[in-house]
Ligand binder design. Sequence first.
Ligand SMILES: NC(=O)c1ccc[n+]([C@@H]2O[C@H](COP(=O)([O-])OP(=O)(O)OC[C@H]3O[C@@H](n4cnc5c(N)ncnc54)[C@H](OP(=O)(O)O)[C@@H]3O)[C@@H](O)[C@H]2O)c1
Length: 233
Amino acid sequence: MTSNTPRTALITGGSSGLGLALARALDAGGWVVVTDARDADRLAAALAGTTVHGVPGDVADAAHRAELTHLVAELGGLDLLVLCSSTLGPLPMRPIAELEPEQIDEVLRSNAGAPVSLLVALTGHLHARGGTLVGISSDAAVSHYETWGAYGASKAALDHFVLTWGVETGLPAYAVDPGDMRTPMHQDAFPGEDISDRPAPETVVPHLLALLGQRPPSGRYVAADVAVPVEVA
Ligand SMILES: NC(=O)c1ccc[n+]([C@@H]2O[C@H](COP(=O)([O-])OP(=O)(O)OC[C@H]3O[C@@H](n4cnc5c(N)ncnc54)[C@H](OP(=O)(O)O)[C@@H]3O)[C@@H](O)[C@H]2O)c1
């Protein structure tokens, strides 16, 4: 790859919230961006006006992951994988003792098992480019909130996979807690509550871009703690 070759990123869950905000920012910055989401119409509408490759599908579907991997190969490689798609599990959120076994399995599979299977399929491409892995985490991965048990456990598992992958490959790997954001997922977690005081997901993007630019040691980061360089006019 020459220095003029655009960098390529795959972001899961790019029709809404943080995944969409990051996809738009990287696209505007000249990256080749691939993203996905299950609702094809919403994905197409969200990506209108960008050059982002939108691939409808469920990250938990092996055929969809194969499609993403094939597209990455066609595009020539991968510099950045952001595992951002996520589910809260059954709504309204409920205590662990009220979860069905299938619901527990589904949250762990959607938020940890399936994204990590995508990572496994793309590890060769990341190695070839010295690429970076970002797993979007949550404070629920390290704190214990009533009704957040399955989601929090899935995020803790994702963190563990991401950071162990970093140790095993020697490539930069970050588990990033974005903090509260005003998104559909957040509204689902707090039904009926006014969440207009939460920051927009676009406010997290400069911190993610700073992380990618600075490439600090692999580890767990809170996005707001990653300093954004001040632009000199
Ligand atoms: N919002 C917060 O306050 C907050 C706080 C801490 C951490 N986070 C984390 O930040 C990340 C982004 O969250 P967000 O709030 O921006 O969410 P969001 O606005 O609800 O967007 C979630 C995106 O993921 C897609 N998605 C969900 N499940 C998928 C699957 N199985 N396969 C493919 N795509 C899937 C959704 O589209 P479809 O539904 O069409 O698939 C959508 O594009 C998540 O990892 C979340 O856990 C959020």
